[in-house]
Design a protein around this ligand. Structure first.
Ligand code: FEO
Length: 392
C-alpha cells in the first residue's frame, strides 16, 4: 500500500485486494476490490478518513509510518472493510478522536469495541475547520447502512463518499481510466447493496446536488474526476424507467425447463423484447443482480424438486425479493414430475415486490406443442405489457 497525493496535502491510501473473489461471503468480486482511506493535512489539524479491511493491517500500518499526527479519524461507515483498522489507528495516535454520524456511535462501539469517549458525533451539515481547509459532514443514510455519511472538502471540491459511488475493482489507476469497466463494477455494487434502498439513495443524490464537486473519492475502486459520469449512472439506475428487458433466472435438471426457456427467449426476441437468461447452476449472481437493475419483467424458470421449486431457484427468487428491483411484471415457467406447488412458493418469495403476475406456464414432463404455444402466448402478453408502458 502506498500513499499517493490527489491534490496538495490530500492523499489516497489504497489497499488493493487483487485476488479477493467473494465479499461478505455472498457477493462475487470478479475483479477484486480496494479499500481506500484518505489523509488530509490541514493547517492546524490532520484528518484520516476511514481505514481499511483488517486483512490489510500490516500494509496500512506501514502506510501510516510517515504520518506524525492524526487528530481526527472520520468514520463514514461502520462496516469493517472501512472501519476495521480504526482501533489500530487510535492505538497508534492516542490523541485522535473518531468523528461519525449520530447513528454510528453505538455501531462503532458494538462492532469494534471503540471506547465511547474516543467517538464524537457530528451533526448533518456540521463543518470542521482544520486550518485553511473545511470539512462538511453530510448524512447519506442507507448507502447501505443507516449510519452512512459523506465528507465534502470544500476548498478542493472533493466528495469522500465511502461505499456510495464505489466500485469493486482492483486497479493501480488512481482515477477512472476506463468508464465502461467502472460502470459495470459500480452497477454491480449498486445492485447488490444499494438497490434495496433506492428511494432513500435518490434523496441522497438530491442532497449532494448543490455541491460543486471536482472529484468523487469513494472507498472502493478508482476516484471519479468526472463526477457527472457516476452521478448520472446512479440517476438512471434509481429514477429511470425499467427497460424493455426480460430477465430469466432458471435451473434445469433434465433439460425440459431449459427447452422452455429457449422457446421463451426466441418468442420474446421475435417480438422485439430483449431477454437475458441466467442458468443459476453456473451464473455469477452479480451479473443477475446487474440485469435486475433494468428489467421490466422477471420470469423464473424452475423444475420441481419434491413439490417446490429447485432450491437454487428459491435462493435467486429470495435474493430478487431482497434486492427490490424496479421490475413491474413476473411469471413462472417450468416442468414438474408428478405434482407441483412451485408457483405458490416463488410468488411468496417475491410477494414484497408487488409484481403484476402474468399467468405461469408449467408442464408435466417434456414440453409439448401446446406448452410451446402457451410460451408463445406468454411472450405476447409480456410484449403487450411492455408496449403499454412504452418501454425502450
Ligand atoms: Fe465497503 Fe459497506 O462496506
Amino acid at each position: 500500500m502506498i500513499k499517493r497525493e490527489i491534490v496538495k496535502n490530500v492523499h489516497l491510501l489504497a489497499g488493493v485486494d487483487w485476488h479477493r473473489r467473494l465479499f461478505d461471503s455472498l457477493i462475487p468480486l470478479p475483479d477484486g476490490t480496494s479499500y481506500n482511506a484518505y489523509f488530509i493535512r490541514g493547517g492546524t489539524r490532520n484528518v484520516l478518513l476511514d481505514s481499511a479491511d483488517p486483512r490489510f493491517c500490516a500494509e496500512f500500518t506501514e502506510a501510516l509510518a510517515g504520518i506524525d499526527r492524526v487528530d481526527y479519524v472520520v468514520s463514514h461507515h461502520t462496516e469493517q472493510d472501512h472501519s476495521g483498522l480504526i482501533p489500530a489507528v487510535l492505538e497508534k495516535y492516542p490523541g485522535a478522536v473518531v468523528l461519525a454520524s449520530q447513528k454510528a456511535r453505538d455501531l462503532l462501539a458494538d462492532h469494534l469495541a471503540i471506547a465511547p469517549e474516543r467517538i464524537r458525533s457530528v451533526a448533518d451539515g456540521e463543518t470542521l475547520d482544520i486550518g485553511g481547509r473545511t470539512l462538511k459532514f453530510i448524512y447519506t443514510p442507507w448507502v447501505h447502512w443507516p449510519e452512512t455519511m459523506c465528507t465534502y472538502l470544500a476548498e478542493d471540491r472533493i466528495l469522500f463518499s465511502c461505499d456510495f459511488f464505489g466500485s469493486h475493482l482492483a486497479t493501480t489507476d488512481m482515477f477512472v481510466s476506463d468508464e465502461s469497466t467502472v460502470y459495470e463494477a459500480a452497477k454491480r455494487y449498486y445492485a447488490e447493496i444499494m438497490m434495496p434502498f433506492r428511494q432513500v439513495v435518490a434523496g441522497n443524490l438530491e442532497k449532494i446536488k448543490p455541491l460543486a464537486i471536482d472529484i468523487i473519492a469513494p472507498s472502493h475502486g478508482p476516484l471519479h474526476r468526472k463526477p457527472e459520469f457516476i452521478v448520472n449512472a446512479y440517476r438512471d439506475w434509481i429514477l429511470g424507467p425499467p427497460r424493455n428487458l426480460v430477465v430469466i433466472p432458471f435451473i434445469s435438471m433434465h433439460g425440459s425447463t431449459a427447452r422452455m426457456v429457449e422457446c421463451l427467449v426466441d418468442c420474446l426476441t421475435t417480438r422485439g423484447v430483449k431477454v437475458m437468461p441466467f442458468d443459476l447452476a453456473v451464473t455469477d449472481i452479480g451479473k443477475l443482480a446487474i440485469a435486475l437493475v433494468d428489467a421490466a419483467t422477471i420470469v423464473v424458470g424452475t423444475p420441481t424438486v419434491h413439490v417446490g421449486p429447485h432450491p437454487m431457484v428459491s435462493y435467486a427468487a429470495g435474493l430478487a425479493g431482497n434486492l427490490r428491483p424496479k421490475a413491474k411484471f413476473a411469471s413462472i415457467i417450468g416442468s414438474y414430475g408428478w405434482s407441483t406447488r412451485a408457483v405458490e412458493t416463488i410468488a411468496g418469495l417475491v410477494q414484497n415486490l408487488k409484481l403484476d403476475i402474468i399467468p405461469p406456464v408449467l408442464c408435466k414432463g417434456l414440453p409439448r406443442a401446446k406448452d410451446f404455444e402457451a410460451l408463445d402466448a406468454l411472450a405476447g402478453a409480456i410484449a403487450a405489457k411492455h408496449a403499454g408502458l412504452k418501454l425502450k
